[in-house]
Design a protein around this ligand. Structure first.
Ligand code: DAH
Length: 335
């Protein structure tokens, strides 16, 4: 061999390449170059003629193999460390906070009404919103000429089907389904063809109460409404009745609750009367009882209906009903 390599320099160069390798792939490349089948040392070993050179080259190869193995272990460790660091999921870290909502004011009122009536032993109903003319009007003894029967006031699908204009059809449904004594409250949406203003919206909610039993009187109605109004507005409330007309009650009344803002002395909310109108009520008309096959001589009943939006407006002093339908979180978050 003319130019025998300088094996010291070779070993140093190989060791430096091993140290310089920044990844397992780099290191493998260097290993092939300095220790592979076609490397100088492999070729050199093949041509060894004397023992001394053989020992020298074997020594170089063995030390280089150790160097590469050590470096390989080191790189594998580093790579594992890096992955552990980069791919870490710390399950003890607090997560991103999810915005937490709350119930819409109408739903809150609905639940308060349900609680108040469940406390009295009433059953809670949720009836259909598409009603027949028979249940929305006829069986509730609306006269044929009543203005609510007009498509100007009511949404009709066809001559026999409407979007219910009130929750009162629930009275008929439950009286047809069950034998008295009955105590129920029905809560849900009702629809009227009203233009949208600060006080009216074509969709709104009502709760409708009905009690049918033997010997019920206006005093029972008054006590029941007093209980519910106090649950909704506070224990100091008083209830009074004014006479009125509804097709399905006789006598019919409009209950007022004493104003909780001024406690009866008069303010803007109660229009300086000290009282707030709550809806309609009355003793179930004997005609309605007869319409569902109950004997008016044996059974008596009282009924009432109130709007939930109105209740929410009064409880929270919301001047414009539209705020309850617009879903503007800046408004709704306050309640
Ligand atoms: N349904 C009536 C309305 O929407 C309210 C009402 C009045 C309900 C008298 C009743 C009642 O149960 O007895 O204006």
């Amino acid at each position: 061999m003319t130019d025998t390599p300088d094996w010291n320099a070779y070993e140093a160069e190989a060791a430096a390449a091993a140290q310089a390798a920044a990844s397992s792939d780099d290191l493998e490349e260097a290993r092939v170059r300095f220790l592979g089948r076609k490397s100088d040392i492999a070729l050199g070993l093949r041509e060894v003629r004397d023992r001394e050179t053989g020992m020298l080259l074997n020594g170089v190869r063995t030390r280089l193999e150790e160097t590469f193995d050590t470096r390989a272990a080191r790189l594998a460790d580093d790579e594992l460390d890096r992955r552990l660091r980069d791919e870490i999921v710390d399950v003890t870290l607090p997560g991103d906070e999810l915005p937490l909502g709350h119930l819409h004011p109408i739903t809150q009122i609905r639940r308060m009404v349900e609680d108040a009536f469940l406390g009295l032993g009433y059953e809670v109903r949720d009836d259909r919103e598409v009603e027949t003319v028979e249940y929305n009007f006829d069986k509730l003894a609306f006269l044929p000429t009543h203005s609510a029967r007009s498509p100007r006031d009511t949404f009709f699908f066809d001559p026999n089907h409407v979007l219910r204009t009130e929750t009162s059809p629930s009275q008929i449904h439950i009286m047809e389904e069950k034998e008295p004594p009955l105590y129920m409250v029905s809560i849900g949406r009702v629809y009227r063809r009203d233009a949208i203003t600060a006080t009216r919206y074509p969709i709104f909610h009502q709760f409708e109460g009905l009690a049918v039993d033997r010997g019920l009187t206006l005093a029972d109605l008054k006590g029941t409404l007093l209980h519910v109004m106090r649950a909704l507005y506070g224990p100091e409330r008083k209830v009074r009745f004014r006479t009125h007309y509804f097709p399905f009650t006789e006598p019919s009344i409009e209950p007022d609750v004493s104003c909780g803002i001024c406690l009866g002395s008069g303010c803007r909310t109660c229009k300086y009367s000290g009282w707030i109108e709550m809806g309609g009520a009355g003793m179930v008309d004997p005609t309605v009882l007869a319409n569902v096959g109950l004997d008016p001589e044996e059974w008596s009943g009282f009924a009432f209906g109130c709007g939930l939006e109105r209740t929410a407006q009064l409880r929270h002093d919301i001047p414009d009903i539209r705020a309850l339908w617009e879903g503007d979180l800046r408004v709704l978050r306050q309640f």
